[in-house]
Design a protein around this ligand. Sequence first.
Ligand code: CUO
Length: 650
Amino acid sequence: STSTAQKQQHVNTLLWKIYDKLHDGELLSIANTFNPEGDSSIYSDDGEAVHRLAQELRDNRLLAQHHWFSLFNTRQREEALMLFDVLIHCKTWNAFLNNAVYWREHMNEGEFVYALYTAVIHNEVAKGVVLPPLYEVTPHLFTNSEVIQEAYTAKMRNKPGKFHMEFTGTKRNKEQRVAYFGEDIGMNTHHVTWHMNYPFWWKDTYGYHLDRKGELFFWAHHQLTARFDAERLSNWLEPVDELHWEKSLHEGFAPHTGYKYGGEFPARPDNIHFEDVDGVARVRDLVIMEHRIRDAIAHGYIEADDGTHIDIMNDHGIDKLGDIIEASMYSPNIHYYGQLHNLAHIVLGRQGDPHGKYNLPPGVMEHFETATRDPSFFRLHKYMDNIFKEHKDSLPPYTKEELQFQGISVENINIQGDLKTYFEGYEFDLRNAVDSTEGIEDVELKAHVHRLNHDEFSYIADVNNNNGNTVLATFRIFLCPRKDNNGVIYTFEEGHWHCIEMDKFWKKLTPGRNNIVRKSSESSVTVPDVPHLQTLIDAAKSENFDMSQYERSCGIPKRMLLPKGNTAGMEFALVLAVTDGEYDATHENAAESEHGGSHAHCGSKGEIYPDKRPMGYPLDRRMPDKRVFLGTPNFKMNIVKIFHDPTEHH
Ligand code: CUO
């Protein structure tokens, strides 16, 4: 069988210069000799998927190479998923590799990259492979066009170069103050990877069920929204206002980013009025979907397509709502509730050319790699977040009795070290952004970006266990902005919805006093930087290749765990809730495992979500009476400050 290092080499080679023909002799010979339909026994579906795709190829129906690809284009998605279907049914790495090589040469590059990434994530045969950072595989989706142009020029002159990437726009646009968040290459990688882990088109026939997929859709995006608002407050901006289909969209956007082939992403001026998009949706359709969803929330049940009612007035309601709002294949009634979220992305992405008069390619909103660059992304997601909130607000607030953890009291919660943020320089490889040109050697080409980072710190807590025995406890840590943009202190009722999740983990508490220390670097919401493609290429050549800590790139970048704060010190409520792990934990040995890492926003691959409680518990429901929280001994709150150091670190 193939070693992990060899698999990693294969994936590296497949993705290197994805817009060129394969350059590797060994893989090239596979491309020339392999017949995908030659042996059906290599597939777990007897070759059903591969016959379908091969027929499309024979009929000359597949999208050409060197054309843009969008997952939201129905036909293009079908093609990418046909390839995914082939790869997910490969029983061995060899079958997987042979097909990947073959279809790389015969299909559109964007479709290929998407299918390969999702198949590596979901097919067991690829276990151990680290997917290279997308910003080095398809850099044009993460890098300003100006920088890409400079890279081209340097390449043509055979001169190595480093090019500084600025955030798009100018100081005259106040949204630019938070562009460092929406344009962060790691944040964009988190977002696109999340959607690859939880694709809206997923069917359980691909192999397994994605546990609490709808709720994770809500939670991951709710956290993006809350985190973006915390960054806005750090920069003296008001929190995002939700989008209204019938009002004009104030924020325009000039992407300064483009496709490798297919031109620039279209721009959108300020204050547009939403227009129907031909062949996609009328604005009226979206409003109808919204009303039907709000009706379901008001009634407390969803109408399934077989006429039955699904009760949502419980902890599982949010999961069902996520399914119908996104909408995913798990939606119990896609015909009635429609696909509010997915259609909204397309409608927003097309406002520059809604009737297709100018033949513009899809906008940034139609790509998970680029969507958060556009301020309308956060307006759209705030709008959906408020729909989810309407549901959460319809559930009864937790009572003290429900929240209590018998015999457990938190004496204090604090921070060891300073909460200090800064910007640092970071470089990534642009060699895949430029075409290979015959007779011109590869030269070093890099983009230099500014990214948010922070000093490491630890949480320290003293927790008393007054029970006579050791108990398993769930630790839930949140950070909540204390004041709004006018400096007014948030009430619990307002503030709980703005809390950002910092960590969640399990620990055993022995009888008596327990001193708990947890490092920021251990957080279950974050992931480290994915190693550079070149690092992966070098590492895969070594004997003892082990990159397992980087396998999961779904999670917020480690360095963005803290919001920026400000130079004077911005106040946050640090919240610790210790709850009953015996009840909460769904995995064996909860305290001894990290559950694959970044499980809080990304779940545990192939397994059920490690925590039985609703995501965001215990801050997810209304909090009309702060005495409930303050009077619960297993909860504790402390006010801390995040300081921003304005000098750039290197
Ligand atoms: Cu992630 Cu709208 O769901 O971009």
